[in-house]
Design a protein around this ligand. Structure first.
Ligand code: ZN
Length: 271
């Protein structure tokens, strides 16, 4: 489907991603914003992820302007700041929050005010929200973060993957477990085979076809190989750098350096 832009403003763009589904492409470099899903239901709107907002309600207001309906649900793909910190400045609580139980725990730890109604998700669940079906997938491993939840819309074949699904230099590894992440992506590839899902909205950047999940898995495997080599050969830094430079595209070398260092740090290896 051709993506039609329906709104621009606040350094962001809102486009049509499927029938009654919009994606607000947040501005990451300047405003530290993620992508936001805007899902039209029978008489209200569900929003997926709520990044930094200034003014305080810009994302809800944009969603309501584009759709003509009030926001009544907020779903979170995970609890990293760029996906939930908009809740901190939001002066509204007349909606239901739907997130993984671990994510809700993280919000509480960060003193994020919760709305009147909170729905805590502990495993794969189908939910009907005001006439539309949502399929919530909880990865079995600790992958990108301990809070990951994927949000599927089976009626249009779209899956919101949060940052579990990211391309190369967009991958953020600070709360990640690389082994778990590879297992989660591999499991997802198997689960989505012959499923209704055709496209994925990533936490940042463009929509991708489900077939590109294989690239995500391959890249994570490359990172693991490079980081693993370093752990066994702590003093042979040059060999390590030569190995992973062969593995990785030159254009993202600096990002790769950072990613490898994060993996090593997460595994208790200091450089
Ligand atoms: Zn993010």
């Amino acid at each position: 489907m051709q993506n039609n832009i329906v709104h621009t403003g606040n350094l962001s763009t809102v486009y049509t991603a499927a029938r009654d589904v919009f994606v607000r492409e947040g501005n990451l470099p300047v405003r530290d914003q993620c992508n936001t899903g805007i899902i039209v239901l029978d008489s209200c709107v569900a929003v997926i992820d709520l990044s930094n907002q200034d003014p305080d309600e810009e994302i809800f207001l944009e969603a309501e302007k584009v759709t003509g309906f009030p926001v009544k649900y907020l779903l979170l793909t995970h609890a990293h700041g760029d996906h939930m910190i908009g809740m901190k400045t939001l002066h509204r609580s007349d909606f239901a929050l739907i997130a993984r139980d671990t994510a809700i725990g993280e919000l509480k730890r960060n003193d994020v005010p919760l709305p009147e109604k909170v729905i805590s998700v502990t495993g794969d669940t189908m939910l009907e929200l005001d006439g539309r079906e949502f399929s919530l997938f909880i990865p079995k491993e600790h992958g990108h973060s301990p809070w990951d939840m994927l949000i599927g819309l089976p009626d249009c074949g779209l899956l919101f993957g949060g940052d579990l699904i990211a391309k190369r230099s967009d991958m953020y590894l600070h709360s990640a477990c690389i082994d778990g992440w590879i297992v989660d992506i591999h499991t997802l590839i198997e689960e989505l085979k012959d499923s209704v899902y055709t496209d994925i909205v990533q936490g940042h950047g463009d929509m991708i076809p489900v077939s590109e999940l294989a690239d995500v898995e391959n890249y994570l495997e490359d990172l693991r190989a490079a980081a693993g080599f370093e752990q066994e050969n702590m003093r042979e830094t040059e060999d390590f750098r030569n190995l992973y430079r062969k593995l990785i595209d030159r254009s993202v070398r600096k990002d790769v350096d950072r990613q490898i260092e994060t993996i090593l740090h997460n595994n208790g290896v200091s450089l």
